[in-house]
Design a protein around this ligand. Structure first.
Ligand SMILES: NC(=O)C1=CN([C@@H]2O[C@H](COP(=O)(O)OP(=O)(O)OC[C@H]3O[C@@H](n4cnc5c(N)ncnc54)[C@H](OP(=O)(O)O)[C@@H]3O)[C@@H](O)[C@H]2O)C=CC1
Ligand SMILES: CC(=O)N[C@@H](CCC(=O)OP(=O)(O)O)C(=O)O
Length: 314
């Protein structure tokens, strides 16, 4: 069985990476658009409607436009943008989200893939909220340290051009406290309010780690760090792409005393850590923003949708 797959936005950062994954797949015929026609709506419509699966690796407005070009009921759209992640009729493309999510992805023709920061946040919090350890009305905060490829072609150019000393140091952003991932962070964790969220971009290509500090006194009475870790490990037992690390970190992290944000790069893996003292815990979740944070996750969602081996090509 061979599937036709088109990437709208094939020349972009996530689109190029998806092509690398697809190149390993004998079961996939890639439909390509001529580079000079990549913004020609008639040509995009032809390819979108010829595809069994089309990835949208576009800015939000162009993604919405792509959706309007599709009239073939068999075309499954997997949108990497922020446009549809909390929109009714769209399925959140995170198979590990909750029991039943794989069936929903399999059945849906409209799949919205999670944002990179949101993926790490949701994977760490959702099992804890579901288990009642973190109350749904908890007020949490989160920080994300990310490589600059998360900002797409423009930001990559800016960093790689060099010559601007301001880019040497990490840069906090989204200071209006309205980052575009906040709605999905609340909607898909079950938290009643989004976190106070501070992303920080720094001068390395890719890799991302989201940290969520928790005061144990604000959790379900009696909750300690091992209860947090246990709930995560129980939820993700058997998941191919999620590792719940030993309490306090793996030996390398503990011995060196520094956290390696890039250790999941070039994988589709997510590592979740719980660090703690007697009164506080810190959830720290890392992934490759271009892997499980974007292109890897999109291919994984496609595999689930098509009913093929979930880790094929990843
Ligand atoms: N980079 C990352 O880590 C992640 C990105 N995402 C999301 O994925 C989407 C794509 O991001 P990314 O690949 O980084 O972005 P890029 O800026 O690298 O690429 C976007 C591509 O879309 C093309 N494009 C823009 N408008 C249109 C249009 N109207 N019709 C057809 N093509 C168009 C651009 O063309 P041109 O070549 O002319 O610029 C470019 O090639 C975004 O919504 C982003 O937010 C999601 C998760 C992580
Ligand atoms: C460094 C940087 O700018 N990163 C992007 C995140 C990219 C991403 O995953 O977001 P979407 O999937 O929602 O596009 C940002 O924080 O806006």
């Amino acid at each position: 069985m061979s599937y036709k797959v088109f990437v709208d936005g094939q020349e972009g950062t996530t689109g190029l990476r998806i092509h690398e994954y697809l190149a390993r797949r004998p079961d996939i015929e890639v439909l390509r658009i001529d580079a000079e026609k990549r913004k020609d709506n008639a040509e995009r419509a032809r390819l979108l409607n010829a595809a069994d699966v089309a990835f949208l690796c576009l800015p939000d407005a162009a993604s919405r436009e792509a959706v309007s070009l599709v009239d073939n009921p068999n075309t499954c759209l997997i949108d990497a943008s922020t446009a549809h992640r909390t929109v009714p009729g769209w399925t959140f493309g995170m198979p590990e989200l909750a029991p039943g999510q794989r069936d929903a992805i399999r059945a849906s023709k409209r799949i919205a893939n999670p944002g990179c920061h949101a993926s790490a946040f949701i994977l760490a919090l959702r099992p804890l909220v579901d288990a009642g350890l973190v109350p749904a009305d908890a007020a949490v905060s989160a920080t994300s340290l990310t490589g600059y490829s998360g900002g797409g072609k423009k930001m990559i150019e800016q960093y790689q051009e060099g010559g601007d000393v301001r880019l040497d140091a990490p840069r906090p952003y989204a200071l209006g406290l309205a980052h575009k991932h906040l709605p999905e962070m609340a909607a898909h964790t079950g938290l009643q309010q989004p976190p106070v969220f501070l992303p920080v971009v720094a001068n390395f290509y890719k890799g991302l780690a989201v940290s969520v500090p928790l005061h144990l006194s604000q959790l379900k009475p009696g909750t300690d760090a091992s209860a947090l870790r246990h709930a995560l490990a129980e939820r993700y037992a058997g998941e191919a792409f999620i590792r719940v690390m030993p309490l306090g970190g793996d030996p390398a992290t503990v011995e060196e005393g520094f956290f390696d944000v890039q250790a999941c790069n070039d994988t589709n893996r997510v590592d979740i850590f719980v660090f703690a003292n007697a009164h506080q815990a810190l959830l720290l979740t890392r992934l490759d923003n271009l892997g499980k944070g974007a292109s890897g996750a999109a291919v994984q969602a496609m595999n689930v949708h098509l009913g093929v081996e979930e880790s094929l090509g990843l």
